[in-house]
Design a protein around this ligand. Structure first.
Ligand code: LLP
Length: 429
């Protein structure tokens, strides 16, 4: 776990005890390590240095303004999928000229905003979108820089909900269609095709799909150039997997090892859109136990973080390690293997207060004895955690804190009931 560690039996984020953060800011609380974000960015830069990379951090993974500002300050570009995300990037001081805009359903309004902002590339996902961007760009009197999102038809061997590079996926265009579309771009005055884009899926833990996709990309760059397009960017998307259970991820350098030699041949600069591999293990979710209870043989830990705070377990059967913020004597301070028997533990379901059987963070999970008021940490929660949170059951969303060394900054305050009701309008009586 990057920058989250136990000293004796207490969890720390960088130099701050997690228990102190929970006392100070309340729970549920997302805690992020600034160093983890920055270190991962640097790691990506150095692994792919031979391709003069531009890392476009994928805003959808965690779009907190404070984090975007931190990333922009360290030279990161951004990958956005909506007008709202582009708005965030600009508010955070991110450069539109280092921002790529993806998504299968961009509206004319969003296209116009992005053109006016001066985004670096539109990742285009269909023929209809090419026509829409061309029309808006001509009306604005500019040429829109575009990359075609091509589906290389590789199986990334990840959860079916987050697999995107197969032929039957709604994303991108298959190779044959993309080549036909590329021909038609030559006749569109509002478009300049300067890149190629692929994104094959998320939480990918083997290098092979990337080797395959890179080879496909290199071939395609050649063909596109053969048609007369000046391709200078090869965008290989995001998707590098992280450790949720422990030990399943590959080091970034191993992905680079299979990608760099193939992509170098193209002479293109590499753009990348990593989200999870930067943010995932840079954040934890702290919760406090409200009650414990037993039903038949089942033991439940009911704590104040719920599916509305972190939906990954309910939605994707996502596994997140959960361990006490202060580990009691008799249990290891950090187990080597969360799926093997752990001394001093018993299986418990970790659930939230939401009225759904699907409201759980873990099932039959080995946990030390836990009592009302104890704090738990849900690990690997930095990506696709807070961004997917909702107000279901009229629950205010959690607060978020950014830790840098021994300093903690509240980067999003806890919502109030009034925040929740704010947009609702009264019915005339
Ligand atoms: N680029 C594109 C075009 C994408 O669709 C995505 C993720 C990324 C980049 C960033 O992928 P990453 O590096 O984070 O794997 N909510 C799901 C993940 C959905 C991923 C959607 N697209 C989860 O919690 O696992």
């Amino acid at each position: 776990m990057d920058h989250f560690h136990y000293r004796d039996r207490d969890l720390y984020c960088e130099d701050l005890p997690a228990a102190e953060l929970a006392d100070r800011f309340g729970t549920p609380l997302y805690v992020y390590s600034a160093s983890a974000f920055v270190d991962r960015l640097a790691e990506l830069h150095s692994a792919f240095a031979a391709l003069d990379p531009l890392v476009c951090y994928s805003v959808k993974a965690n779009s907190n303004l404070g984090l975007l500002k931190l990333m922009a300050g360290h030279g990161s570009g951004f990958d956005v999928v909506s007008g709202g995300e582009l708005y965030r990037v600009r508010k955070a001081g991110g450069a539109p000229s280092k921002t790529v805009f993806a998504g299968v359903g961009k509206t004319d309004e969003e296209i116009r905003e992005a053109l006016r902002a001066g985004v670096m590339l539109f990742n285009v996902e269909s023929e209809a979108e090419l026509e829409a961007i061309d029309a808006v760009a001509r009306a604005e009197g500019v040429k829109a820089p575009i990359a075609l999102r091509v589906n290389p038809d590789v199986d990334p061997k990840t959860h079916r909900y987050i697999s995107t590079g197969k032929k039957e996926s709604k994303f991108g265009m298959d190779v044959d269609r993309a080549l036909l579309a590329a021909e038609s771009v030559l006749g569109m005055r509002g478009l300049a095709m300067t890149g190629l884009h692929m994104h094959i899926g998320s939480q990918i833990t083997s290098t092979e799909p990337y080797a395959h996709a890179s080879a496909r990309a290199a071939e395609l760059v050649d063909r596109l150039r053969g048609m007369g397009h000046e391709i200078t960017w090869c965008n290989m998307g995001g998707g590098f997997g992280i450790d949720y259970r422990g030990g399943e991820s590959r080091p970034i350098a191993e992905f680079a090892e299979v990608m760099v030699p193939v992509l170098r041949e193209t002479g293109c600069r590499l753009a990348m859109e990593p989200g999870r591999s930067i943010a995932g293990n840079a954040g934890v979710l702290l919760s406090r136990v409200i009650f414990t209870k037993q039903s038949g043989d089942k033991r439940f830990v009911i704590q104040d973080a719920a599916m509305n705070d972190l939906i990954r377990p309910a939605l994707y059967e996502g596994f997140h390690r959960i361990w006490p913020v202060r580990v009691p004597e008799g249990s290891p301070s950090w187990p080597d293997d969360f799926e093997a028997p752990i001394p001093g533990t018993e299986p418990r379901d970790v659930v939230g207060p939401v009225c759904e059987s699907g409201d759980f963070l873990a099932k039959d999970r080995a946990l030390p004895p836990t009592a009302r008021g104890d704090l738990l940490a849900v690990f690997s929660a930095g990506a696709y955690g807070m961004v997917m949170a909702s107000n279901y059951n009229t629950r205010p969303r959690a607060a978020e804190v950014l830790v840098q060394g021994s300093e903690a900054t509240l980067v999003r305050r806890r919502e109030t009931y009034d925040d929740l009701l704010g947009p609702e309008l009264d019915v005339p009586s």
